[in-house]
Design a protein around this ligand. Structure first.
Ligand SMILES: *[C@@H]1O[C@H](CO)[C@@H](O)[C@H](O)[C@H]1NC(C)=O
Length: 371
């Protein structure tokens, strides 16, 4: 199956992200949270105490109290990360994120990973759920790579997806510069066109992009990297490799509205011009300025695209114009270590539950997702 997502660039295994500090605070958190579970009613009392009269100040308690509890029911793909990453990486701190199922009955929201319930209905949290609790459907794949699991269409309160019309849309967005940035320097280039491909399984919908690639390579030299082509790239080489190319093929595996993934963010953040294949140009322009990328649909065929790229190779000024947007916007690198593939999605959910307390039901999620 495809491993494509908004946040991950899967090429290998992570070796240890949980630092000593993380372990220590997790341990403390464990004791704290088990105290809370044993005595669920105390949670509310502590909340009130923390609003003023609480004398003995426990710094950890202060941090956790009053925040909605977000329970990660299963670790997506079993990719475990340090739960404090939300704070350290994205400065998201509004919920108490936990994977401790003992907290189920006091959890304000529960994250359920769609793929994990694929085979086993009983991978779902127990019903009935507490009346205040919201279940979040966590799914960042495109419809082409989604298994319909019958019976869960009306079970959730919130959808989490790359789709902009999800209840919780997940995306690493460009940020607006407070003052125009005049310092951007285009990284040194020694290759014209590059492509990193980790997945080439036909079932994942890659037919269109492969056909386009096969045509394009007849007219321009393309440097290939990645699992699918036997040239393994380690994490450290991902951004430098993309940066060393003038153009990068940001070809999505399947074509769906808003399905614009880290394949697009990679070159934007590395200082390379993305050549995109995916939903229409208008859709891309919701997320990045129109002069930040080249769309394959801008050309009648692959040959004319190749000619245009070679022309830009000779015309330094014209090439440079593809970076004008950087005066006003900045792109941030996405996480590329495999075990961090779902960090952004989970942290975005945390941020959402901290801000939205209203009652909500999500009905017919397949009707919405597939149509
Ligand atoms: C969550 O959704 C379920 C199923 O539609 C519904 O029964 C429940 O009342 C909802 N709860 C909240 C807190 O929104």
């Amino acid at each position: 199956m495809s491993r494509t997502s908004l946040t991950g660039f899967p090429v290998g295994r992570l070796t240890g992200t949980v630092g000593i500090a993380g372990l220590v605070s997790l341990t403390l958190l464990y004791f704290w949270t088990s105290l809370l579970t044993n005595c669920p009613s105390q949670r509310r009392q502590f909340k009130q105490l923390s609003d003023g009269q609480h004398e003995e100040k426990n710094p950890l308690a202060e941090e956790t109290l009053g925040k909605p509890v977000l329970l990660l029911w299963v670790w997506p793909e079993n990719y475990r990360f340090d739960l404090s990453d939300c704070k350290t990486i994205y400065n998201i701190d509004g919920c108490h994120l936990t994977d401790d199922r003992a907290l189920y009955s006091s959890s304000d929201a529960v994250l359920v990973f769609h793929k994990a319930i694929r085979w086993y209905w009983y991978n779902l949290p127990p019903s009935p759920r507490p009346s205040f609790q919201k279940w979040i459907w966590l799914h960042v794949e495109s419809p082409t790579n989604t298994w319909k699991i019958p019976g869960i269409e009306n079970l959730f309160n919130l959808t989490l997806s790359y789709r902009e019309d999800a209840d919780i849309p997940v995306r690493l967005r460009l940020t607006i510069n407070k003052t125009p940035n005049e310092d951007f320097k285009i990284p040194k280039k020694d290759k014209l066109v590059c492509w990193i491909v980790s997945n080439n399984a036909p079932s994942t919908g890659v037919g269109r992009r492969n056909a386009y690639y096969n045509e394009l390579k007849k007219h321009v030299n393309i440097h290939l990297f990645g699992k699918a082509y036997g040239t393994f790239l380690d994490y450290k080489s991902y951004y430098p490799t993309i940066a060393s190319c003038k153009f990068y093929l940001s070809f999505e595996n399947s074509i769906h509205k808003d399905y614009i993934t880290e394949k697009f963010n990679g070159p934007l953040s590395a200082g390379t011009v993305p050549v995109v294949l995916g939903p229409p140009r208008k859709n891309y322009e919701r997320f990045a300025p129109g002069d930040a990328f080249i769309h394959v649909d801008d050309f009648p065929d692959a040959k004319s695209l190749a000619e245009y790229l070679m022309q830009l190779d000779r015309d330094e000024d014209a090439y440079r114009r593809y970076f004008n947007w950087r005066r006003h916007f900045s792109a941030r690198p996405h996480l590329i270590v495999q075990n961090q593939e779902f960090v952004l999605a989970i942290c975005t959910a945390c941020d959402h539950v901290a801000r939205h307390k209203e009652y909500q039901e999500a009905h017919d999620i397949y009707e919405w997702f597939f149509n």
